[in-house]
Design a protein around this ligand. Sequence first.
Ligand SMILES: C[S@@+](CC[C@H](N)C(=O)[O-])C[C@H]1O[C@@H](n2cnc3c(N)ncnc32)[C@H](O)[C@@H]1O
Length: 341
Amino acid sequence: MSTVDDHVYARVQLALPGLAEETNQEWVWTDDMEEETDVPGFVHATVMKTEVVLALAPREGTYVDVTTGGGGHTEAILEAHPQSRVVALDRDQTALDAARVRLARFGDRVTFVKTPFGRVAEALQALGIATVAGLCADLGVSSPQLDEAARGMSFRREGPIDMRMDASEGEETALELIARVSDDELANLIFQYGDERRSRRIARSVKRALGDNQLVTTLDLRRAIVRAVGPVRVGGVDPATRTFQALRIAVNRELQEIEELLAAAPGIVEIGGVVSILSFHSLEDRLVKRAFHAKGTWTSLFKKPLVAGEEENASNPRSRSAKLRSARRVSEEETKRGKYT
Ligand SMILES: C[S@@+](CC[C@H](N)C(=O)[O-])C[C@H]1O[C@@H](n2cnc3c(N)ncnc32)[C@H](O)[C@@H]1O
């Protein structure tokens, strides 16, 4: 590999017996996480690119990047080996369009597919691909998705209360979800997906705003949350952060998608192939950790998840909550012989 940062490489090597300290830190947007971008194009800083690619160790073969976004990880896989190919998935057409431009120089080594990654097996089957040499996922949303007011994911920009990553599928918006569920269901959802202790108060206030026809835009939603819990920021975190995160996770079925991806992975990754998954909050990481512990299917490459280095954390706030887990697909035979337990 040509552009390997020596420090990162050393950390990955060291991590094989277990380097990174596991933290219980939840992922929350802090003040500096939603930075204004004045670039109208797709600008997203790729997280732990070197670590992801070193874990995959691309060779000749087909890989699948199930969260292509701006194409940062896909590009790194294609650059790492001249005979590597990538099937690049995303549920967001805007992301795929941007990646197509960025990756044009790789020609037919990359194939773009618009689909939710829960359907990765069907997507590969449609391309006539039975198994892949590796799979990577960089979960959650991209910076442009957060930045674009019309998507309604940000409490800083006035937009519709939408939050869908893919608005073309006719799925429920966040506002429709708020209207459909009961106060209790809304509170449970905010508690479960946002880890928000004040979820009951927030749910009541949001429902009241809806009943009073005061819930139209993201700023209305933030106002309803602030009415319930006050404007005080704790640790630089806006009081609307956790509720917005919870609604976004629910609208996009983010956890169900991860479960479907993890259930499909053993069937599509060839024996010896590697899966690398970057998570950004504990709900995601827990699912990945549990799946990789399945004996007879995976062996983890690192005892503990890798985290980003100081330099990356300083330049890209999003990387601070990233956890990378990588596992190699093993055969039942190998496990029976006692090689991987
Ligand atoms: C963090 S970004 C990926 C950034 C990318 N690795 C890069 O370096 O540019 C996550 C991407 O995953 C996509 N995504 C999230 N959940 C998805 C799902 N269930 N199916 C397909 N794509 C999904 C989002 O639309 C977004 O473009």
